[in-house]
Ligand binder design. Structure first.
Ligand code: RFL
Ligand code: PHB
Length: 389
């Protein structure tokens, strides 16, 4: 079998790239080691930058998002018992869209199915080969039989634990990493969100976030210890802790109910450089991870896809390699700015084990400055709605 672009990974990066390529008439195959239902069972991102919204529209996958997603013009920073709104739209003229990654992935899978493009699920031992030469190919095992697909390019859209980055010789890649000394415990419950907009709360007991998936489904998080276990957190304990970390008016207004998903995620900043190795491109979480505090992971995956798609379209349409040659440099410039923003929001909002009450006071002073200086809140808002591509 042969295709132009072989895409490893059927998460948001792989599906979005695949759909943009298909719409541009560039033949591609997506391959994933797990199945559709498993991918749709993962609860992850919830906030889309407007650039991501535009790319989903361009891919022809935006209809349900516009019908069911919630455009947000601001969010709250809560600290020292009070709540301060960051007016995203007033400060930047832009807004974000609250729409779950699960829904977005579902929509992209549906448009791909409708396009007739090939997706191979439940493939074992997926391996990219010869990407430093002129004839790359991918092998995989399905139902006990080994298959080979030849291609012009391989897009490694296979997430942080995927095979693409691991296939690059160690001396050709440089990794930058910071692991944070805490995690996020998240719950999903069919209860109305405590407020119409997201609340990011700094509290001496630790960070908390009130997000949502719809008017009737809430997504809430509390900072927890890295070695904590979901089994230690009954719904009752979770909601008690969440309430304690929120300003009184929200704590009192909060409606609780049984959760149907509960999980702990570690927090990490990670970047691999470069993002291109001959005919192999790393895209999205395969190349970089940000802590979720700035809501940037999925949005960075989308901007990588934009740069790579432009490069491939130029290659096939205009026979120019300029775009693919520039991919890594262009993508990394934006990646590092989002890595910086996510790190700074994480540092500002969480309780760190080693900084004590001094650290808490410094955070409160910075939050007070941020929420009262138009210059500082504009800088924060500009990063949150998404820097230009
Ligand atoms: P994914 O989604 O991990 O998809 C990778 C796909 O590759 C497959 N795969 C393989 N396939 C073949 N062979 C192999 N060897 C393979 N290894 C892996 C996997 O099965 C999978 O289907 O990466 P992608 O597409 O780059 O997308 C990245 C996003 O998923 C991620 O950045 C976001 O979820 C991060 N994130 C958030 N991002 C935001 O922009 N806004 C948010 O509000 C936000 N909140 C979050 C988040 C991530 C979280 N967690 C749990 C990590 C909240 C959380 C809690
Ligand atoms: C979410 O809704 O899951 C969410 C929202 C904002 C973040 C992180 C996660 O910063």
């Amino acid at each position: 079998m042969r295709t132009k672009v072989m895409i490893i990974g059927s998460g948001p990066s792989g599906l979005l790239l695949g759909q943009l390529l298909t719409k541009a008439g560039i033949d591609n195959i997506i391959i994933d080691r797990v199945g559709r239902d498993y991918i749709l069972g993962r609860v992850r991102a919830g906030v889309l930058e407007w650039g991501t919204v535009g790319l989903l529209d361009e891919a022809g996958a935006g209809a349900r998002m516009h019908a069911e997603g919630l455009p947000h013009d601001g969010y709250s920073l809560a600290f020292d018992g009070r709540d301060h709104r960051i007016d995203l739209h007033g400060l930047t003229g832009k807004r974000v869209m609250v729409y779950g990654q699960t829904e977005l992935t579902h929509d992209l899978m549906d448009v791909r199915d409708a396009s007739g493009a090939t997706t191979i699920y439940d493939a074992q031992d997926v391996q990219p080969h010869d990407f430093d030469g002129s004839a790359p190919y991918v092998t995989y095992v399905k139902d006990g039989v080994t298959h080979r697909i030849d291609c012009d390019f391989i897009a490694g859209c296979d997430g942080f634990h995927g095979v693409s980055r691991k296939s690059v010789p160690e001396n050709a890649i440089q990794n930058f990493e910071k692991v944070y000394p805490f995690g996020w415990l998240g719950v999903l419950a069919d209860i109305p969100p405590v407020a119409h907009e997201l609340i990011y709360a700094n509290h001496p007991r630790g960070f908390a976030l009130c997000s949502m998936r719809s008017e009737t489904r809430s997504r809430y998080y509390v900072q927890c210890d890295l070695d904590d276990k979901v089994e230690n957190w009954s719904d009752e304990r979770f909601f008690d802790e969440l309430r304690r970390r929120l300003p009184e008016e929200h704590a009192q207004a909060m409606i609780t109910g049984p959760s149907f998903e509960k999980s702990i995620a570690p927090l990490r900043s990670f970047v691999a450089e470069p993002m291109r190795f001959g005919k192999l491109f790393l895209v999205g979480d395969a190349a970089h991870i940000v802590p979720p505090t700035g809501a940037k992971g999925l949005n960075l995956a989308a901007s990588d896809v934009f740069y790579l798609f432009e490069g491939l379209r130029e290659f096939y349409g205009e026979k120019s390699e300029a775009g693919i040659d520039a991919y890594s440099v262009r993508a990394l410039k934006r990646v590092w700015k989002s890595v910086r923003f996510s790190w700074s929001m994480t540092t500002l909002m969480h309780r760190f084990p080693d900084t004590g009450n001094f650290g808490q006071k410094i955070q409160e002073a910075e939050l007070d400055y941020l929420t009262h200086s138009t210059a500082a809140s504009t800088a924060m808002a500009e990063n949150y709605v998404g820097l230009p591509y």
